[in-house]
Design a protein around this ligand. Sequence first.
Ligand code: PRP
Ligand code: ZN
Length: 299
Amino acid sequence: MKTRDRLRIAVQKSGRLSESSQTLLAQCGLKFRQSRDKLFCFGETHPVDLLLVRDDDIPGLIADGVCDLGFVGRNVLEEQRLDQIANKGESALQALRSLGYGSCRLSIATPQDEEFEGPQSLAGRRIATSYPRLLGRYLADAGVTAQIVVLSGSVEIAPRLGTADVICDLVSSGATLIANQLKESVTLLESEAVLAAATTEFLDTRQPMLDLLLRRLDGVMAVRETRLLMMRASRLALAKVRGALPINAFTTVMAVQDDESQVALQSVISGAFGWAELEAIQAAGATQLLVLPVERMLA
Ligand code: PRP
Ligand code: ZN
């Protein structure tokens, strides 16, 4: 593998993932200066540059070694992994992290007035898609033979044009399907943005930079659902209050000056935490409860 001293990350230029991907990099403390043609962003704070490209090109750019990493939908990555496996017997691409945004699903959609009774109702039909490998795998697993019509875009209008009977495409809000009088019938793949990379390790300074980026990404993703809970409790109620805290809570108990009977608690909690959970802790004897957002975290 070629050596290089700066990491190069492929990011979608415009579309579903572009804004969230750049926001995530900013939250990791990386700042960039964009070139005049808006295709390249030079990293000002770290040896990390961005290439702004079409999302479908991202796995290929990584496979060819032009880019080291990419923020891309799992749907695009999986399709190209299957394509490489079909052509070369293996794929050197992997998803290093799931990033928790850009969620959508790859689904089969049929005309609204048509009944879908499982994969066998696809037998012998024409299915338009930009994901022939994922669709092919689904059909093969189901033991169904159908005709796959490969289109690079505007898949949803194929049934109206008469070029296909049903489609297999990405669904997010579902608005595109409704606008085209189609209904979602079965989901083939749940997708979200992932950090894609080659399966090989870097032998140069890109590796420590990647390690730093992954640590910060993990930190950013962890605090997304992390809260700091602060409260008071009497020493007598302490065991009961602690018992009411979420199982994974990381709790510190402190003495309260001038009041021996009381303690202050500080608890880092993650996962779903709403009014009901807070009220249960209060009912266990906690007072002066405060829930605060966490901005940064290093474990
Ligand atoms: C997908 C898909 C639909 C649309 C569905 O395209 O092809 O057109 O999104 O979203 P909805 O359910 O919210 O209406 P996308 O914007 O990802 O473009 P691309 O496939 O060309 O990258
Ligand atoms: Zn695309």
